[in-house]
Design a protein around this ligand. Sequence first.
Ligand SMILES: [Mn+2]
Length: 242
Amino acid sequence: MTTLFIADLHLDDARPDITALFERFLASDEARSASAFYILGDLVEAWIGDDDDAELPRRIAQATRGLREAGVPVYFMVGNRDFLLGNDFADRAGMTLLDDGTVHTIEGVPTLLMHGDVLCTDDAEYQAVRAQVRTDAWKQQILSMPLEARRAFAAKARSDSKSRTGRIDETIMDVNQGAVEAAMRGAGVTRLVHGHTHRPAVHDFALDGAPAQRIVLGDWYDHGSVLRIDGESTGLRGLTLS
Ligand SMILES: [Mn+2]
């Protein structure tokens, strides 16, 4: 059997070809024959609440529900762009929400699943902001705003970020190896899968003398990226647009 992972699609009305690629991949024979399908955060560029009545959330829910109805469990973990996504949308979309840092046995191997941002401990400024916006009080304050105000807030955050970096995607610091090892040791695993850093790779290293592996998912800014784990092998590959 095969398990599939994606993350960091950053779906956005500005990149309709990537949304179409996501829909095609979820409808593909490869996805529909998987034993499970994981989305490890930052599925969208910005999530303003489960009550958003825009077209994009509707299309996402239709795609993931289709996969679920084909018999494939679909798991979702929030990232830093879509941490306001909650149970209402997950139910509509046929997805099971996972906490960051969940361990699932993937094709026989206990595997720690994370979005990846909490591992970037060298970025103190980011971690401070993260701690602030993940409180229930902050989330409630945002979600209690009218939809239009939330849309304007998200658009402003995006244009601020774009003018700062000169690109649509942000510059993200890499993970801290000590934080990686502490998380894996704490979870009692020798395999970790995460996204967030947009640095797709399979890193083999020694954890307390034992062989360990950290697999980093790729982003979907210019093309798709998917991780396939089966009993024999792991494969990380790009998906082309056409
Ligand atoms: Mn992220």
